[in-house]
Design a protein around this ligand. Structure first.
Ligand SMILES: *[C@@H]1O[C@H](CO)[C@@H](O)[C@H](O)[C@H]1NC(C)=O
Length: 359
């Protein structure tokens, strides 16, 4: 496209004459382009430079965030030039590339899921930052900010990550029961989404170890091993995230890794005189002005609020668990984590309940 436009400008030059600048599509071009300059942002020795932060930006579900992007010319130009700004999200995890926003002057257009949630920041010159509202789990990823000034276009990358916690999930029927679509549904029911490889990898770096293979967002099946051992792929393999590769979304069955965002509300163990059946547990939370917590909420509270309680309680999916932030004797294993008792008989009265109250 650059070459075609360059050619077009060269063809227009004789018509524009030597005194004025050629005008095309809202952009002024230098009347004597220097070299081809593509990718280097050079015109007449002036360079277009786009700045984006090196570090990953962290935010959380429901928050508003600004993805910073500024541009300048080196050496500086005396008067501002009109530019076009384009933001898009890079393709990853099997999701296609997505247009986010295009802005020309004061006009802008946003696309798809981003409509009504994004706009360009306007408080400053050479500002191309993107303001995004009401963040969703799917918003994490890498975004490209492209500034187009006539023939030049330069871009920078912004990486956005939502704070959250990865947890393995098995349904009541047991191990390796979920095809990909059921895996997505299982995570949704836990207030979570299927984790991406990046999210699982970060969780592995933080110590996640799980000996059952689970689906990820790109329909690959993998499992994180912190310490090599015989039943989990053997001693010969180094610790790491091990992959079975891509699997058939409908025919193959595994567990799943879910990703739950950090919470705004509160998860707590309900102080109650007696142990409860599952049905009584649901009711008891409601009577307390809350809801029985999901597995995702319990993991998020454990990870981000340091929820620590040695009493097993019912959760919305019918499992019983308890969160340990500070391991100690007589309270499960010696690693922090959420312990599971699986899916006990719903009529049994051996457990309390964890409730969730949105703020
Ligand atoms: C995000 O911005 C919108 C519009 O400015 C505002 O109404 C909303 O309260 C903000 N949300 C948060 C979580 O700050």
């Amino acid at each position: 496209m650059h070459d075609a436009m360059g050619l077009l400008v060269l063809l227009l030059l004789p018509l524009a004459g030597v005194s004025g600048l050629p005008f095309y599509n809202g952009f002024y071009y230098s009347s004597s382009p220097v070299g081809n300059g593509h990718g280097e942002g050079l015109f007449n020795g002036v360079k277009l430079v786009v700045d984006t932060p090196q570090e990953t930006l962290f935010s959380h579900q429901g928050a508003n965030v600004t993805l910073p992007c500024r541009y300048h010319y080196a050496p500086a130009l005396a008067s501002p030039r009109p530019v076009r700004v384009k933001w898009w999200k890079l393709s990853e995890n099997g999701a296609p590339e997505q247009d986010v926003l295009v802005a020309i002057g004061l006009r802008h257009r946003s696309f798809g899921d981003y409509q009504g949630r994004v706009r360009l920041r306007r408080d400053g010159e050479r500002e191309a930052s993107l303001e995004m509202q009401d963040l969703r789990l799917e918003d994490s990823g890498r975004y490209r900010c492209e500034v187009i000034d006539g023939l030049e276009d330069e871009s920078g990358l912004v990486e956005l990550e939502l704070r959250g916690v990865v947890f393995p999930y098995q349904p009541p029927q047991g191990r390796y029961q979920l095809n990909f679509h059921e895996a997505q549904q299982a995570c949704e029911e836990q207030g979570a989404a299927v984790a991406s490889f990046e999210q699982l990898f970060r969780a592995w770096e933080e110590g996640l170890d799980w000996c059952n293979a689970g689906w990820l967002q790109d329909a690959s099946v993998q499992y994180p091993i912190a310490q090599a051992r015989r039943p989990c792929g053997g001693l010969g393999l180094a610790p790491g995230v091990r992959s079975y590769g891509s699997r058939h979304r409908r025919l193959h069955r595994y567990d799943v890794f879910c990703f739950a965002a950090a919470l705004r509300g509160r998860v707590y163990y309900l102080e109650h005189p007696e142990k409860l059946t599952l049905a009584e547990a649901r009711e008891a939370c409601q009577e307390d002005g809350a809801q029985i917590a999901t597995v995702g909420q319990l993991f998020a509270a454990w990870k981000f609020r340091g929820l620590d309680r040695c009493d097993a309680g019912w959760l919305a999916d019918g499992s019983a668990r308890y969160p340990v932030a500070h391991p100690r004797p007589n309270c499960g294993s010696l690693e922090p984590g959420v312990r599971s008792f699986g899916f006990p008989d719903p009529q049994s009265r051996e457990y309390g309940v964890y409730c969730y109250r949105p703020r």
